[in-house]
Unconditional design. Structure first.
Length: 128
C-alpha cells in the first residue's frame, strides 16, 4: 500500500454557497474506503447554506481558524479555533462565521461523502 498525501493547494477549490471547499481525501482522489475529508473557508459573516444533513453518515468538523456558531437540529452552539463538533447521522445543521476573520474548517465524513449525498433544507435559517 502506498502513502497518499494531498496538499490543499494542489486540489481544485469549489465556490459553494457560503464557503469555498477543497476535497483532500475521497474515494476518487485517494482511494479512501471508509472516510472523506475536505477543508472549507467561510468569509466573515458568511453562512454555509443551505442547512443540510447526511442521511447515511456522520460529519465531524474541526475549527482551525476563526469563530462562529453551529445550528444542529434547532440548537445553537458557539465554536472557535480548536473546537470539534459532531453532526450525527441525519442531523440538520449549518455553520456561520460570526468573527472578523476568515474561518477555516476541516470536515471529516464517515462513510465517505460528497455533495450528492447531502439532503438540503432551504427553509432552515439561523434565528436573529
Amino acid at each position: 500500500m502506498s502513502i497518499k498525501c494531498v496538499n490543499e493547494e494542489d486540489v481544485k477549490e469549489h465556490d459553494l454557497p457560503g464557503r469555498y471547499l477543497r476535497w483532500l481525501i475521497s474515494p476518487e482522489l485517494t482511494g479512501a474506503k471508509y472516510n472523506s475529508v475536505c477543508v472549507i473557508r467561510v468569509h466573515p459573516g458568511g453562512t454555509v447554506k443551505p442547512a443540510h444533513s447526511h442521511p447515511e453518515g456522520e460529519e465531524v468538523i474541526y475549527i482551525i481558524e476563526g469563530r462562529g456558531r453551529v445550528l444542529v437540529d434547532g440548537k445553537i452552539q458557539t465554536v472557535r479555533k480548536g473546537t470539534a463538533v459532531l453532526f450525527p447521522e441525519g442531523s440538520v445543521h449549518m455553520l456561520q462565521n460570526t468573527g472578523g476573520e476568515e474561518m477555516k474548517v476541516i470536515c471529516f465524513y464517515a462513510p465517505p461523502a460528497d455533495l450528492s449525498m447531502y439532503k438540503f433544507y432551504e427553509n432552515v435559517e439561523f434565528p436573529d
